[in-house]
Design a protein around this ligand. Structure first.
Ligand SMILES: C[S@@+](CC[C@H](N)C(=O)[O-])C[C@H]1O[C@@H](n2cnc3c(N)ncnc32)[C@H](O)[C@@H]1O
Length: 172
């Protein structure tokens, strides 16, 4: 089971970045994302995506992330993605056999204590980039691409991979 938590808020609310994190988490087969505050627009987007493209990806909004992490710590490994962490190339083998992962990404500056609460602080390279790219690369590395062979249940629309154009299956 892989769950994601995004902590912190950007100075200017950016629904597009939030939506893209959610889309990456779902498309790469995490099962749930927790985000800060409350955002009806993103909740609705998740509902529509699940209904059209299948699966039952979940989203929840939290204000007390510390409480949530401490609860999750009992049954999940807490993995914090940060450019200051251990390079994924060396850290990946340590977490490969972990069943339950609770992956934390930041939005803006991340409080110091998260580095101590985390079981692993992992860098997707030691250069700054974004929570969207960090999450995508991490989820791909730990699942070794196998997530792309999994199906989403009850999809109304399914893409049939095609090297030469669009091939879409519509399920009733
Ligand atoms: C825009 S960055 C903010 C970084 C911020 N300056 C800090 O001190 O944490 C937002 C998030 O993207 C993720 N991120 C950015 N670059 C990363 C990297 N090289 N490796 C892992 N995660 C990264 C981290 O989760 C980070 O909290």
């Amino acid at each position: 089971m892989i769950e994601i938590l995004q902590i912190g808020q950007r100075l200017v609310r950016d629904d597009r970045v939030m939506t893209h994190i959610v889309l990456v988490a779902r498309a790469f087969h995490a099962s749930k994302i927790y985000m800060h505050g409350n955002n009806k627009h993103i909740k609705n987007t998740v509902k529509k995506i699940n209904s059209t493209w299948g699966g039952n990806f979940e989203i929840d909004f939290v204000n007390n992330w510390k409480k949530l992490i401490n609860t999750k710590k009992k049954s999940y490994k807490i993995i914090h993605l940060t450019m200051y962490g251990e390079n994924i190339n060396y850290a990946c083998s340590k977490i490969n056999n972990t069943n339950n992962m609770f992956v934390v990404v930041g939005a803006s500056k991340v409080p110091r204590e998260i580095y101590d609460i985390a079981d692993y602080n992992i860098a997707i390279g030691n250069q700054p980039h974004s929570e969207i790219s960090a999450l995508a690369v991490f989820l791909d590395r730990i699942q070794q691409g196998k997530q792309f062979l999994k199906k989403f249940n009850n999809a109304k629309i399914e893409i049939i991979p095609d090297a030469s154009g669009k091939n879409v299956l519509k399920n009733n």
